[in-house]
Design a protein around this ligand. Structure first.
Ligand code: GLU
Length: 311
């Protein structure tokens, strides 16, 4: 097979998408995100040997939002192991990311760790036994370690903006608290949740942070094991089935990689044994996933043959 020229591929994708007029709609339910310029696009790929292939606005930091849920899930599994699954399910939701209806039907146990309710329950696990500040510090340091980059920070304005307007998330957390699924003070858990969603990272930093999922759980720079190979495989499986809310089926159909999106317009995608990839375009589709980000990944898997379902 001819070698894949990833530099040429990312340059082509960035160029193609720069000219599209249909760019989706930026998330405006978090006021601080409403003013983002929708004409930006970035892509970064870290291949298995650690080479970076980047194009467009790959070094512009953006709000990672729900992509942080991959890292909090990884941490929580490290702390409570499979006991986590008593509090959170592992099935796709088929509902919007902030749905309340499903939670009532299922007696306060969220469908999966990537919808908002599930991610709040996961954050609660990280808060137990800690001051909120410590829990948040642990999450941020973990991401900095994964990305080999101590400069990654939290955008406090985004966190505050979401805290002021996060009525639905507050409702979800209170509802779960009434079933004992959230154990800590609701304000503490939500505070940590809003702040980890407000971590700002560029495509390059995000692709670096995702390497362990492409390397069977190993952090390639230090050769430390972040999670076992089995756990990395399972996190990838959850990203594939639940990583794009009720657009997860469409993402698997079109892209064919485990991926997690955020309402900031970012998507992290993993080609196991091949690469860690991040794309960013702020405009979202109807399911709340980056419109051009998904198209970029579809172009990428088409030209590389990286879909896990075959070439
Ligand atoms: N912080 C966002 C929220 O809770 C995350 C949603 C997302 O990125 O999908 O609404």
């Amino acid at each position: 097979m001819a070698a894949i020229n990833l530099d040429a591929i990312v340059t082509h994708i960035a160029h193609d998408l720069a000219n599209r007029s249909d760019r989706g709609k930026v998330a405006d339910y978090i006021p601080e995100l409403a003013g983002i310029n929708p004409n930006q696009f970035g892509i970064a790929i870290i291949d298995y040997d650690g080479n970076v292939h980047a194009a467009g606005d790959a070094d512009v930091p953006f709000s990672i939002q729900s992509i942080s849920k991959v890292f909090t899930l990884t941490l929580a599994l490290g702390i409570v192991g499979d006991r986590l699954w008593r509090r959170v399910g592992r099935e796709p939701s088929g509902n919007p990311f902030n749905s309340i209806v499903q939670l009532e039907r299922e007696r306060g146990v969220p469908r999966n760790p990537f919808i908002n309710a599930g991610a709040i329950a996961v954050t609660d696990v990280l808060v137990t036994g800690h001051q909120p500040r410590e829990a948040l510090g642990q999450i941020l340091r973990f991401i900095q370690f994964l990305a080999d980059d101590p400069t990654i920070t939290i955008d406090k304005a985004v966190a505050e903006s979401e805290k002021r307007t996060g009525f639905r998330n507050t409702a979800l957390a209170n509802y779960m608290k009434s079933f004992g699924v959230v154990e800590n003070d609701v304000d503490f858990t939500l505070g940590v949740y809003f702040h980890h969603c407000a971590i700002a990272m560029s495509c390059r930093q995000l692709a670096m942070a995702g390497r362990y999922l492409a390397h069977s759980g190993r952090h390639p720079a230090t050769d430390l094991s972040v999670v076992s190979a089995e756990r990395a495989r399972r996190i990838n499986a959850l990203m594939l089935t639940c990583g794009h809310y009720d657009g997860s089926g469409e993402f698997a159909y079109r892209v064919g990689l485990p991926g997690k999106s955020g309402v900031g317009g970012g998507i992290i995608a993993i080609a196991p044994g091949k690469a860690s990839i991040a794309v960013w375009a702020p405009g979202l589709d109807r399911s709340g996933n980056s419109h051009l980000g998904r198209i970029a990944l579809e172009m990428l898997t088409r030209s590389t043959g990286w879909s896990i379902f075959g070439t």
